[in-house]
Design a protein around this ligand. Structure first.
Ligand code: PMP
Length: 466
């Protein structure tokens, strides 16, 4: 491992226990300020935030307009309970979002504080939809073997990120979840299969799983529109989600799309599902980029079909969390939406994303250990494999993703690292998810630093990799 490993060795070279609020083992760098795409560390060094934290800082750091909006909200009122009250920040945020989502049938918004809570709440909403419809036998969820939906009990139960799950399996997690294959062409599409055939096979597998479970017992199918944390930026094959929607409709099963990581404009459209054809989710989660990191906020967008059933049911939505729709979170997210809109950042992300793709492919496309570069907009994943021809991943002990992460950080670039977790087939990866405000020059610099980091790791591994 490099001597100046990012978060695993203390500044004085000794291994210290990490800060309790983060981890018992790791010691993160202390950040003292942020501005635009840059973070400044306590030792004075400047880091380009090439991943916006974890695809969070959608308009960059230190935006004064957002800061003012939060201060204004605190001056007006810091807190109200949603049982009785709302605020203009919450209402206007809901209006902004549903204006974008109404064409896709999503007409109501509900705000919580994190993506995990948003997932738990959608799972409850989905069950309540069937409950109000008298379909009490619907008790199961179907998810995918390449999914991260959060760290709370419900969200983790529909996730398949094994390292994060294993200690709790059989003790805390729900056992009414089954899994189908991810839409992961790099590892899943057969050589003799077209993209359409691959999508059709996956949809058939989902249909078969519904049949196996008894379709009348399934509440919902849960999927990230574009896979994030467990396998970097896996975009689905053409026609996949349209097919999924049809199969769900065939059995009255709800479709929950998780866009906590890939949504909020990061992929060049506000919702990542927009280019996927005729796909109208029943429930959709947003998080991370929604508040751009300025406050903890996440959201759920709910289809009119679900709203109608809940409205005629026994209660509205039996989900009361003290800090839901927190005024400061809503004010922050509203201000972020206004910046995105005024500066036309989502459309620009689409165009600049093509530039970023070109640069990434020319820098790393032919590199020895780069298996695939994939993504869209400002959400790019690089999967590393030991052998390109067979797509064989590195052994976990190589910790390739951590090496790249550390080498990039040493050179002043933050990227989001991840390791393969599915059936032992996929490799380590990095995610590049810069603020949508990044200029072409800044994107170019990120790619240059990433390439330097990659070259250093390739050299460091040298002939030890057989
Ligand atoms: N869903 C997805 C797709 C995510 O990537 C994440 C976070 N990585 C979550 C849900 C959970 O969000 P949070 O960490 O805000 O609870």
């Amino acid at each position: 491992m490099p001597s100046s490993t990012v978060s695993y060795t203390a500044q004085n070279g000794t291994r210290e226990p990490g800060l309790m609020h983060r981890s018992l083992l790791e010691r993160p760098h202390q950040v003292v300020s942020g501005s635009g795409i840059y973070l400044t560390l306590a030792d004075g060094s400047r880091i380009i935030d090439g991943c916006g934290g974890a695809a969070v800082a959608v308009i960059g750091h230190g935006n004064k307009e957002v800061k003012e909006a939060i201060i204004q909200q605190y001056s007006d009122v810091a807190y109200v309970h949603t049982m009785t009250y709302t605020t203009s920040s919450a209402e206007e945020l809901a209006n902004e979002l549903t204006e974008l989502s109404k064409p896709f049938g999503l007409t109501k918004a509900f705000f919580v504080c994190s993506g995990s809570e948003a997932m738990d709440a959608t799972m409850k909403l989905a069950r309540q939809y069937h409950f109000e419809n008298g379909q009490l036998q619907r008790t199961k969820f179907v998810s995918r073997r390449q999914a991260y939906h959060g760290g709370t009990i419900g969200a983790m139960s529909v996730s398949s990120n094994l390292p994060r799950k294993i200690p709790y399996e059989g003790a805390l997690l729900l056992d009414n979840v089954s899994y189908v294959s991810p839409a992961y062409a790099y590892h899943g599409q057969k050589d003799n299969e077209t993209e359409d055939q691959y999508a059709a096979r996956l949809v058939q597998e989902l249909d078969d799983e519904f049949q196996r479970q008894g379709p009348e017992t399934v509440i919902a199918f849960v999927a990230e529109t574009v896979g994030g944390a467990t396998a970097a930026c896996i975009t689905p094959p053409r026609g996949y989600f349209a097919g999924v929607r049809k199969v769900c409709d065939k059995y009255g099963i709800l479709l929950i799309l998780d866009e906590v990581m890939c949504g909020s404009g990061r992929m060049g459209t506000y919702f990542a599902f927009e280019p996927e054809g005729d796909v109208r989710p029943d429930l959709l989660t947003l998080g991370k980029g929604l508040g751009g990191g300025y406050a903890p906020i996440a959201g759920i967008l709910i289809s009119q079909r679900v709203v109608d059933v809940l409205a005629k049911g026994s209660a509205s939505f039996v989900h009361g969390q003290t800090y839901q729709a927190h005024p400061a979170g809503c004010a922050a997210a509203l201000a972020v939406q206004r910046v995105l809109k005024r500066e036309d950042l989502v459309a620009k992300c689409h165009t600049k994303g093509a530039f970023l793709e070109k640069r990434l492919r020319s820098a790393l496309g032919d590199a020895k250990y780069v298996g695939e570069i994939r993504g869209r907009g400002f959400f790019w994943g690089i999967e590393y494999v030991q052998d390109r021809a067979s797509k064989r991943p590195f052994k976990p002990e190589v910790k390739f993703h951590k090496r790249i992460h550390a080498a990039a950080h040493d050179r002043g670039l933050a990227i989001y690292p991840g390791a393969g977790t599915i059936d032992g087939i996929n490799g380590d990866h990095s995610i590049l998810a810069p603020p949508l405000t990044a200029t072409e020059e800044e994107l170019e610099e990120m790619v240059r630093l990433l390439k330097e980091a990659y070259d250093a790791v390739e050299e460091e591994l040298g002939s030890t990799m057989k």
